[in-house]
Design a protein around this ligand. Structure first.
Ligand SMILES: NC(=O)c1ccc[n+]([C@@H]2O[C@H](COP(=O)([O-])OP(=O)(O)OC[C@H]3O[C@@H](n4cnc5c(N)ncnc54)[C@H](OP(=O)(O)O)[C@@H]3O)[C@@H](O)[C@H]2O)c1
Length: 260
């Protein structure tokens, strides 16, 4: 299997790393040195956008959404001239499959994905939706190829923007929470290193525990809050400061920005 990447930035790079060892990697970037460095790291081949479009079975589009017109415009002849068109895998936030088809001027197999940065270390969440040109075999092979990136979740395309505000933007929100927990620990006398380790392990461990035991957030909280105890006082402080509303608004604001 041949995987092409146009755009070797944060997200393109993360997914290329997850595909290391799964096939041949062809990597292109606006800055050729960036493509060369990632290709060297992953044992792939640095190339330009056209070569990636000519060679890939799965062509990942990892540029910023506003670049889609220029980048697809530059490779559409290569795509149209392929005997068997590759699958275009778009990670562009807020960009519908129909918008890509409109730019191309023809239909081809397209899988729209919404990954997140933890995919680069195998802890990611990737939502995906495919158009009708993508065969179920192509989608199955794509899902199998991405297995080192973390979890994959099929999603109706119209809900991907909403999901993106949770899992695509979420790592930033969660990082903020981890940092704040650690800051609290430092304020109580812990070293920064210890506080951060405790905060990271607590967030990671709580999510893992909930997933493995199938516990919902409410019962999880209740299990930690003993009557008249310390934790419920912390919960009260969070509620007083509008913690839940702040987290909900973060997701809603991110969603609104994506769809506007
Ligand atoms: N970051 C995330 O957490 C995240 C999550 C989900 C989806 N996404 C999506 O992933 C895409 C990339 O985001 P990102 O955060 O990875 O951005 P990024 O780090 O800026 O990466 C974009 C890359 O594309 C390159 N590029 C620009 N024009 C190009 C061209 N004409 N040909 C080839 N490469 C070109 C850029 O090159 P230079 O900068 O080197 O010039 C850069 O390396 C976006 O569409 C975004 O919506 C990102």
């Amino acid at each position: 299997m041949k995987f092409g990447f146009i755009g070797a930035g944060n997200m393109g790079g993360a997914l290329a790393r997850a595909l290391k060892g799964k096939g041949e990697l062809y990597i292109s970037d606006f800055i050729p040195e960036k493509a060369a460095s990632l290709a060297k790291e992953l044992g792939g081949t640095a190339c330009d956008n056209r070569e990636a479009a000519q060679k890939a079975d799965y062509l990942f589009l990892g540029v910023k959404p506003y670049m889609a017109k220029e980048v697809l415009g530059g490779i559409k002849d290569e795509l149209a001239n392929r005997a068997a068109p590759p699958v275009l895998v778009s990670m562009l936030a807020g960009t519908a499959i129909s918008a890509l088809e409109q730019i191309l001027g023809f239909e081809m197999p397209i899988i729209r994905i919404m990954p997140n940065i933890p995919a680069s270390s195998g802890n990611g969440m990737i939502m995906y939706a495919a158009n009708e040109k993508a065969t179920s075999e192509q989608v199955r092979s794509f899902v199998a190829a991405m297995d080192k990136s973390g979890q994959l979740l099929p999603m109706q395309e119209k809900l991907i923007d909403a999901g993106s505000a949770v899992s695509g933007c979420g790592p930033a929100f969660v990082a903020l929470f981890i940092e704040a927990l650690a800051d609290g620990g430092v304020a109580c006398g812990l070293t920064r290193a210890d506080a951060l380790k405790l905060a990271e392990a607590t967030v990671c461990g709580t999510a893992a525990h909930m997933l493995s035991c199938g516990i919902q957030p409410g019962p999880m909280k209740d299990a930690v809050c003993s009557p008249g105890g310390t934790t419920i006082q912390g919960v009260r402080a969070l509620e007083e400061m509008g913690f839940r509303a702040a987290a909900m608004n973060a997701v809603i604001k991110a969603y609104e920005k994506t769809v506007k």
